[in-house]
Design a protein around this ligand. Structure first.
Ligand code: FAD
Length: 402
């Protein structure tokens, strides 16, 4: 029986992350967004506070908390800015959790431990200029040459591309004809010769975050850096998304909360036709919808987190949580701008940033259209999840804390 009450430890995580985001980041976030730059202190400070290894066992440099704690942290971070939660999505969800799930013990000690400790920053390289939703269109290649693979290709729209030390990279090893079967995953250190990176400027949102490209030209990567078996890259990438989408869902829940709180504050301050606009029923309708969205999004991500804790496969539930929360956060931010009227249209208030930031999440980690196809596929019986060779381990407080 699922129990969604928060333990004392969960509440401590919420408080710690909330204080970091509200006291340290909130005062500078507007300027970072204007300058289109991530504040220098953000990544080291998140590492120092243990946020970057929150749900990983102490044995691998983590904090020994469960997957619900990860969701709560993402919610608190995104109340202040989406760029903070994106760090969690790529560093923790798409990379570190995949290493925890799929890497060998030796690889965990070499790559996961410094990532969980925040000493190394990690990103995830799946998307290419010609391959987004359709992963089978990936054309990057990894050719085996003795004890090394030689990597070529370009990855596009990669969060933290210019900040990361490690990239979980997916490309073709030409093992088989099936476009899904011949993908493999590698942990590539971004200081290897042949790697170049750059930032993408002029983004609609997540401007206080880092998004870029990574080019690989004859990059020699030891076989020992291959994660999983040759040909297992597609399965690994999809399992990464199960974890990344969970962080997006919980983060977007925080963005709904931020829109709701800002709307309540403003609606009680602003007067029109002789009374607070909060008294107008059409404004109340928007507030009521945000309350409904927040509660539903929260329950959906808590259920997915609970399933992860139990070691239950949660691709369907996580997809539903991500789809619902991101669509709802876009709608909530849009209505928050509407409630703020013209003031919501300028960066004097935070809600315009919420609206710009909310759009990305309905595109990355599966567009809303892809999630609808997934949900319809499950409902119609056209889609089912086969067991994986390595499932994400169920949360075990004893194993996690030693
Ligand atoms: C801010 C940001 C950060 C990102 N970070 C990362 C990252 O760290 N790592 C990474 O690998 N990628 C990252 N991405 C890329 C992201 O995952 C892709 O943008 C996403 O998968 C969609 O791919 P696409 O942009 O190529 O769109 P396309 O796949 O070309 O889709 C274009 C449109 O067609 C629709 N469409 C496509 N196929 C179908 C279909 N079968 N049925 C109905 N509609 C369909 C889509 O829903 C969309 O509306 C990031 C993107 C953004 C915006």
């Amino acid at each position: 029986m699922a129990d969604f009450s928060l333990s004392q430890e969960h509440q401590m995580v919420q408080k710690m992350v909330r204080e970091f985001a509200q006291k340290e980041v909130a005062p500078v976030i507007k300027e970072c967004d204007r300058q289109q730059q991530m504040a220098e202190f953000v990544l080291p400070r998140m590492g120092e506070l243990g946020i970057l290894g929150i749900c990983l066992p102490v044995k691998y440099g983590g904090q020994g908390m469960d997957y619900i704690a990860l969701g709560l942290a993402c919610e608190e971070l995104e109340v202040v800015d989406t760029s903070l939660r994106v760090v969690m999505s790529v560093h923790v969800g798409l990379n570190s959790m995949a290493l925890f799930q799929w890497a060998t013990e030796e690889q965990k000690h070499r790559f996961l431990t410094p990532q969980a400790q925040g000493k190394k920053i990690a990103c995830f390289g799946l998307t290419e200029p010609g391959a987004g939703s359709d992963v089978s269109a990936i054309i990057s290649t990894a050719r085996l040459d003795g004890s090394e693979y030689v990597l070529n290709g370009e990855k596009m729209w990669i969060s933290l591309a210019t900040k990361a030390h490690h990239c979980l990279w997916v490309g073709r090893t030409n093992r088989a004809d099936d476009p899904h079967e011949n993908l493999s995953a590698f942990l590539v250190e971004l200081n290897y010769p042949g790697v170049t990176t750059g930032d993408i400027h002029g983004k609609l949102g997540v401007r206080a975050g880092s998004t870029g490209w990574i080019a690989f030209q004859d990059v020699r990567v030891p076989v020992a850096n291959r994660i999983g078996e040759d040909g297992e890259g597609f399965k690994i990438a999809m399992s990464c998304l199960d974890n990344g989408r969970y962080t997006v869902a919980s983060g977007a829940t925080g963005l709904i909360r931020a829109s709701l709180e800002a709307s309540i504050r403003y609606a009680k301050e602003r007067r029109a036709f002789g009374r607070e606009i909060a008294r107008m029923q059409l404004v109340q309708q928007k507030i009521a919808k945000m309350v409904q969205s927040y509660e539903m999004a929260r329950l959906l991500y808590l259920r997915a987190g609970w399933m992860k804790n139990q070691g239950l496969r949660n691709t369907r539930e996580t997809s539903l949580a991500k789809w619902f929360a991101t669509d709802a956060s876009f709608e909530a931010a849009n209505e928050a701008v509407q409630i703020h009227g013209a003031y919501g249209y300028s960066d004097e208030y935070d809600v315009e940033r919420y609206l710009r930031n909310s759009k990305g999440a309905v595109i990355y980690e599966g567009t809303s259209e892809i999630h609808q196809l997934m949900q319809a596929g499950y409902a119609l019986g056209y889609r089912a999840d086969a067991p994986l060779r390595c499932e994400l381990p169920a949360y075990d407080p004893t194993f996690w804390s030693v």
